[in-house]
Design a protein around this ligand. Structure first.
Ligand SMILES: [Zn+2]
Length: 144
């Protein structure tokens, strides 16, 4: 595993989330110019953010496609068709494809969250409380 930058671990996420401003933000920006570890982490934060926004749009688009009033009737019609048709296999494909898209989007989202989580906890068990401390530390320093 790559070596983590202590400054980045303490301030980078808060900076990325816009919770640091003023002098402290300038310090982070100065640091980012010289620290490749933090540059990489920030790029990953942006990539995760872009991906999750894109996935959210995809989910919204999928949900908009569903006509919730029409849906029960459409299912009813499909069942009728299936009953009256000798080969019942084909009809379920479009619905299945739609759900597989939603499922893959959700799996992607979970993987993204896991990656995010992993980034926040690079050293194992102890880091959760550390992180809480770090974030509140950043909050406290904002006012100075
Ligand atoms: Zn750094």
């Amino acid at each position: 595993m790559k070596k983590k930058c202590p400054f980045g671990q303490r301030y980078l996420l808060a900076y990325f989330l816009g919770e640091i401003s003023g002098e402290m933000a300038t310090r982070v920006e100065d640091h980012l110019r010289t620290c490749s570890s933090c540059q990489q982490d920030l790029a990953i934060f942006h990539a995760i953010q872009d991906t999750s926004q894109k996935m959210r749009r995809e989910i919204e688009t999928e949900l908009e496609k569903v006509d919730w009033n029409e849906l029960p009737m459409a299912i009813e019609r499909k069942i009728q068709e299936t009953v009256s048709r000798p080969k019942p296999i084909g009809w379920s494909w479009p619905l299945f494809l739609r759900w597989s898209t939603v499922a893959s989007v959700i799996i992607g989202l979970i993987l993204g969250l896991m990656a995010y989580h992993y980034l926040l906890r690079p050293k194992g068990e102890a880091t959760r409380s550390e992180l809480m401390y770090q974030v509140s530390g950043a909050f406290l320093e904002r006012g100075r």
